[in-house]
Design a protein around this ligand. Structure first.
Ligand SMILES: NC(=O)c1ccc[n+]([C@@H]2O[C@H](COP(=O)([O-])OP(=O)(O)OC[C@H]3O[C@@H](n4cnc5c(N)ncnc54)[C@H](OP(=O)(O)O)[C@@H]3O)[C@@H](O)[C@H]2O)c1
Length: 325
């Protein structure tokens, strides 16, 4: 696995990471096979996939606990990224946005305990809190850096103006936002700003929440309770129209001698050595398939075909309000 430095001040990581969310939350199959999830994490480390992405909200809590168990005795092999800010520990652990310094401090203690570690490599604010100025949140994060509890911090789904304000208080290590063949929004403003500031970029849902792999061809395939059933791109009607994107990816995959998942990841990797996608899977065989994208090189013609894909039908989330603040 090719390694990169995440931004100009981040850790050295395998350029493909692993998203752990689906092992414990949001997608069908979550929490059904913790041991399988742990095997997937161990295989990832063997393959050089050391950048592991979790959050306190995944479960909640159980995903961090699972990662802590998986890393027992091998903490130094991994670069741990986790997230705070969508559980209000200041208000009885209620769901809600909270970037207050008090919540930052309460959150980090819980994550350190569950992860069974003395430090978090990258600590993201998961969503911006409209009621707490970013300078106050970052002030608290900078103290955690000084104390050695976190080695750096990041922001997820933040506006460029917020990133600049945060960066002025204490340098941001990385920004995490959805980016994939069917979510190209970061290209206009976000990516150029991150490059200017030397901030790493972590595309989440790089496989379009599984859609770009071709494995999901109807809404009925998604079990009750699966988050995607109510996602505007997956609902009946939109999903059928979006299949033309999958068909185009499948056509490129056939030409490239790769799978659609590998093509989706190879396209992202071709965008630059400063980005580190975190495809999610619970399964060893899919991890191995995805990791092999590191060796897939698309031709200029194949990339051009992918660049020209039509935009999808449907927003990224049913409620877009908490994004891009
Ligand atoms: N910051 C944020 O707000 C935010 C939001 C969403 C996600 N994330 C992070 O980003 C990570 C990745 O995003 P994601 O999990 O939403 O979406 P994703 O990586 O685009 O896709 C994951 C889905 O694709 C399936 N999959 C994986 N590899 C496959 C393959 N080769 N063939 C067929 N299907 C495959 C997985 O199913 P199986 O597990 O069954 O293989 C899972 O359902 C998450 O785990 C999480 O850490 C962050």
């Amino acid at each position: 696995m090719k390694t990169i430095r995440l931004g100009s001040r981040g850790p050295q990581i395998g350029r493909l990471g692993l998203g752990l969310m689906g092992i414990s939350a949001f997608y069908a199959g979550a929490r059904e096979d913790d041991e399988g999830g742990i095997r997937t994490i161990h295989r990832a480390l063997e393959l050089g996939v050391n950048f592991l992405d979790t959050a306190e909200i995944y479960g909640p809590y159980v995903n961090e606990e699972l990662l802590g168990r998986a890393l027992a005795g091998r903490r130094d092999d991994a670069v741990i990224a986790t997230k705070f800010g969508t559980i209000r520990h200041t208000a009885g652990d209620a769901p809600g946005l909270d970037g207050s310094p008090e919540n930052v401090r309460l959150s980090v203690e819980g994550s350190l305990r569950r992860l069974n570690t003395d430090r978090i490599d990258l600590y993201y604010q998961h969503r911006m809190d409209p009621d707490t100025p970013i300078e106050e949140t970052v002030g608290a994060l900078a103290e955690l850096v000084k104390e050695g509890k976190i080695l750096g911090y990041g922001l997820s789904e933040a506006a460029v103006s917020t990133i600049r304000r945060a960066h002025a208080v204490h340098p941001v290590t990385a920004v995490q936002t959805e980016y994939s063949l069917w979510t190209r929004d970061p290209e206009a403003e976000l990516l150029p700003a991150l490059r200017e500031l030397g901030i790493g970029f972590v595309p989440y849902s790089p496989l379009g929440r599984g859609f770009l792999t071709g494995a999901i061809r109807s809404t009925d395939q998604l079990a009750e309770g699966d988050f995607r059933r109510s996602n505007p791109r997956f609902v009946d009607g939109a999903l059928q129209q979006n299949l033309r994107i999958v068909e185009a990816v499948e056509a490129v995959a056939a030409d490239a001698g790769a799978t659609p998942a590998q093509v989706a990841l190879a396209w992202l990797l071709a965008q630059g050595d400063d980005i580190a996608p975190i495809p999610g899977t619970r399964r060893v065989e899919r991890l191995e398939e995805n990791v092999a994208a590191d060796a897939v090189v698309l031709t200029a013609e194949q990339r051009a075909r992918l660049d020209a894909l039509a935009a999808p039908v449907g927003d990224r989330y049913a409620d877009m309000t908490p994004l891009g603040r």
